[in-house]
Design a protein around this ligand. Structure first.
Ligand SMILES: [Mn+2]
Length: 389
């Protein structure tokens, strides 16, 4: 049985002010292409379908188009909600859609939803577990003590009496970790409880395949068969070196599984470039890759540049982020924050002197001092006082 696993679509997401909707349509076309080529029995969508609980009109339209195209293929769709989704909104019309082999599991109601498919080796039970939190399931399992995310997951799994001698697949959107291993994290993930949401992957190791969503970099968690598909698009510059993909898992007899990653290509890539403005905007450098890519530009010029963003966008229209790295910005941040603590005790003139020194790396000339004094209305030759109150 072949399973196509994707996650963290974040339909409707905006990255640094740029809408990702065209990128999303573009990768969904590739997903449909893979389905036509590989003919999987099921498509697993492991949460964070939308970027927001109340998605915009265009986002709803894109998801509607994607689901409609999936329904035209001979494939079962198994979808759960993630922490970004509204469970109830995502469940809209789900009972009607299940007749179309589209199973939307938005909210966890205390019982693990199971969909069974059959192949030449027998049955495969798909367990659909939407994103859960300890607080959201506590009252469903009043007899148990549910403190951690691990407790919540264990309770949810035990709500179905799973026969692990049969083949089982879990679809889940949680933060799974393996003791002693550091997961690859991205800035575009929302991590509301700072790691306290981590669940030990051992809890789900008896499943034949665990299709995960939540972490945006494709990765396994301790085992080859416990896997994050990753987001189909780079949603932050922390992901710019990643290769985006969907995972294709092939289940054979109990215990037999192969997973391959099918690459996804963006309309515009996300990348970083670093150097001096004149060099970066030269034809020689700019023509080496697609100028339309989403860029983070790090300018290393020492001299002041007027309207650097305007100049960059003249060559690269989709510059998202502009940063500077030169002798001025490389001043130890520790010193700056220490200085800011005593800022309250400095006179405006001294404060400006320090600021000038920090941004320019030099001290003011006599002429510059005179200008600042004039602006601050300090008479020439007057003694600086330590405390201005
Ligand atoms: Mn996500």
């Amino acid at each position: 049985m072949k399973l196509l696993h994707l996650a963290d679509l974040h339909i409707g997401k905006t990255v640094n002010g740029f809408s990702m909707i065209e990128e999303q349509r573009h990768v969904f076309r590739q997903v449909i292409g893979y389905i036509q080529k590989e003919r999987p029995n099921a498509v697993l969508i492991a949460g964070d379908v939308y970027d927001r609980a109340v998605p915009g009109v265009e986002a709803v339209r894109v998801f509607d188009d994607f689901l409609t195209e999936l329904s035209h293929e001979d494939v079962t769709v198994l979808l759960i909600s993630g922490n970004h989704d509204s469970p109830e909104r995502l469940s809209y019309a789900s009972r009607l859609l299940s007749d179309k082999r589209i199973h939307l599991c938005g909210a966890f109601d205390g019982t693990l939803r199971t969909v069974t498919l059959t192949d030449e080796y027998g049955e495969v039970n798909f367990r659909l577990l939407p994103f859960i939190k300890p607080a959201s399931v506590r009252e469903m399992f009043a007899e148990r003590e549910i403190e951690s995310y691990g407790d919540a997951l264990a309770a949810a799994l035990e709500s179905a009496s799973i026969d692990y001698t049969a083949r089982n697949v879990l679809v889940s959107h949680q933060f799974f970790t393996k003791a002693g291993e550091n997961p690859v994290r991205s800035e575009s993930e929302l991590n509301p409880v700072g790691g306290l949401d981590a669940i030990n992957a051992e809890l789900v190791s008896r499943f034949d395949y665990v299709a995960l969503g939540h972490l945006h970099g494709a990765q396994t968690v301790g085992y080859e068969h416990i896997r994050y598909a990753g987001s189909p698009i780079k949603y932050s510059f922390s992901e710019w070196r990643q290769e985006k993909s969907v995972s294709l898992a092939e289940l054979r007899e109990k215990g037999g599984i192969t997973v391959t990653k099918l690459p996804l290509t963006p309309l515009r890539d996300m990348r970083e470039i670093k150097g001096e403005l004149d060099i970066l905007t030269s034809e020689e450098i700019s023509s080496q890759a697609d100028k339309e890519d989403y860029l983070r530009v790090i300018l290393t010029d020492e001299k002041e540049i007027i309207d650097p963003m305007g100049k960059l966008r003249g060559v690269y229209p989709n510059v998202m982020v502009l940063d500077f790295e030169n002798s001025r910005t490389s001043i130890d941040l520790g010193t700056v924050s220490a200085d800011s603590e005593k800022a309250g005790s400095l006179s405006p003139y001294d404060l400006f002197s320090e600021f000038f020194h920090e941004v320019s790396g030099t001290v003011m000339s006599g002429e510059q001092m005179a200008i600042v004094r004039e602006l601050l209305e300090i008479p020439l030759g007057a003694q600086e006082t330590e405390d201005e109150g």
